[in-house]
Design a binder for this molecule. Structure first.
Ligand code: ASP
Length: 335
C-alpha cells in the first residue's frame, strides 16, 4: 500500500507528481474505521439515539436490540417533527409512520403508513419476530400493533397541526432540501428527517433500523423508502449494512441501500459505495437531483464506515468505546 508521508515528500518535488499523488491517494486513503462495538446513525439527532444504542452495545448486547433502543429515542422526541410521535402529517392531516428493521440473519420486518402508534420500529420488529410476513401497512399495521399491546394515541401535536395549517394556505408540495433544516449548522438539534441506524456488536454482527414520518405534506397513503428493505435499509452480515435518508422516491428507484451493500461486496469501502449510489441517482435524473437531498450511510464488517449525500448539510453520528457523541459532516456531491 502507498505511504502517505512518502507521497508528501515526493509531491514537493514536482507539480506533475503532486497531481499523480493526489490521484493515487484518493484511491488509497484509509477509510474511517472504528473499534467494535460501534453504532452509526443519520443526522444530528443520531447522537442521542446512538447513546441509547450504546447502552446495549457496551454490555456486549446484540446489535438488533441496540438499533431498536436507539431508534426509539427520536420516535419519542416531541421536538422532532420528522420521526415518530409529533411527526409532521400528510396533506390531509394524518401522521403516518414508516419503519423497518433487519438483523444479522437476514430476518426483517416493516410497517408502512401506520397511524396512531408512536414506536413503529418496535412494531416492525414484532412483525419480523411474530409473523410469517415482512411488511404490514396502514390499518392492518395499527391493528396488529394494538393486538400486541401497543397503545393507540394521537400523534398530531398542536405544533405540528399549526405547521400543517400554515402549509395548507399554499398547499404546495415541494420537498425542501434538508427539510426543516434550512438553517443547517453542524450541531443543530432536531433538524431533519429519517433516522437510519446501523450497529456492529462485539460479536461482529450487524443490524439496522430505519424510522420516519416520511416527507411532510405527502399524499395520504404515500410510502417512502424507509420501510422498504433494500431501499431505506439493508443488512448483509457477510458484508455490511446501509441506510438512507432524503427523498425516498429516488432511493426506491435505485434500490439504494441494497446497492450500497452490493458495492461493498464488490470491494468498495463504505464511503466509496455511498458515493457511487448517490452518483447513480444523479445520473438517472440529473435535473431532479439538483433540487433534492438523498444521503447514504454505511458500515462494513471491519467497522469501516462512510456516508455521502447529494447536497451539503447531511450529518451523521458515530458512537464507540472511544467517544459516544461524535458528529460528522457528511461529504456531498454538490458543495
Ligand atoms: N426518506 C424519507 C422518505 O422519503 C424521508 C427523509 O428521510 O427525509 O419518506
Amino acid at each position: 500500500m502507498l505511504n502517505r508521508r512518502k507521497f508528501i515528500t515526493l509531491t514537493a518535488a514536482s507539480a506533475y507528481l503532486t497531481t499523480l499523488a493526489d490521484k493515487v491517494l484518493a484511491q488509497t486513503t484509509e477509510p474511517l474505521k472504528s473499534t467494535l462495538p460501534v453504532v452509526i446513525s443519520t443526522w444530528d439527532f443520531g447522537v442521542a439515539a446512538n447513546q441509547a444504542a450504546w447502552g446495549v452495545l457496551k454490555n456486549g448486547g446484540r446489535a438488533l436490540d441496540a438499533v431498536e433502543a436507539g431508534a426509539r429515542i427520536p420516535e419519542a422526541d416531541m421536538k422532532n417533527h420528522s420521526v415518530g410521535r409529533a411527526g409532521y402529517p400528510d396533506r390531509d392531516g394524518h401522521v403516518t409512520l414508516d419503519a423497518c428493521i433487519m438483523d444479522e440473519q437476514g430476518n426483517c420486518g416493516s410497517v408502512a403508513a401506520m397511524e396512531n402508534i408512536a414506536h413503529p420500529i418496535s412494531v416492525a420488529r414484532m412483525v419480523m419476530e411474530k409473523t410469517p410476513h415482512v411488511m404490514l401497512a396502514g390499518d392492518g399495521a395499527t391493528q396488529f400493533a394494538v393486538e400486541h399491546g401497543f397503545t393507540k394515541e394521537t400523534l398530531l401535536t398542536p405544533e405540528s397541526e399549526k405547521a400543517w395549517k400554515e402549509w395548507l394556505k399554499t398547499a404546495k408540495y415541494a420537498p425542501v432540501i434538508n427539510s426543516e433544516n434550512k438553517d443547517y449548522k453542524l450541531g443543530n438539534k432536531y433538524n431533519h428527517d429519517t433516522i437510519g441506524m446501523l450497529a456492529l456488536d462485539s460479536k461482529g454482527n450487524i443490524s439496522g433500523a430505519c424510522t420516519t414520518s416520511g416527507m411532510a405534506w405527502k399524499l395520504h397513503g404515500r410510502v417512502g423508502d424507509s420501510p422498504i428493505i433494500g431501499a431505506g435499509l439493508y443488512v448483509d452480515n457477510e458484508v455490511g449494512g446501509a441506510t438512507s435518508t432524503g427523498v425516498g422516491e429516488e432511493v426506491i428507484r435505485n434500490v439504494g441501500s441494497f446497492l450500497v451493500v452490493e458495492l461493498m461486496r464488490q470491494g468498495h469501502s463504505p464511503q466509496q459505495a455511498c458515493e457511487e449510489a448517490v452518483k447513480r441517482i444523479i445520473k438517472k435524473k440529473p435535473e431532479t437531483a439538483k433540487q433534492i437531498q438523498v444521503g447514504f450511510l454505511a458500515i462494513n464488517k471491519k467497522g469501516e464506515y462512510g456516508a455521502f449525500a447529494i447536497q451539503e448539510g447531511f450529518s451523521y453520528a458515530v458512537c464507540n468505546a472511544e467517544k459516544q457523541d461524535t458528529l460528522i459532516k457528511g461529504e456531498s456531491f454538490y458543495k
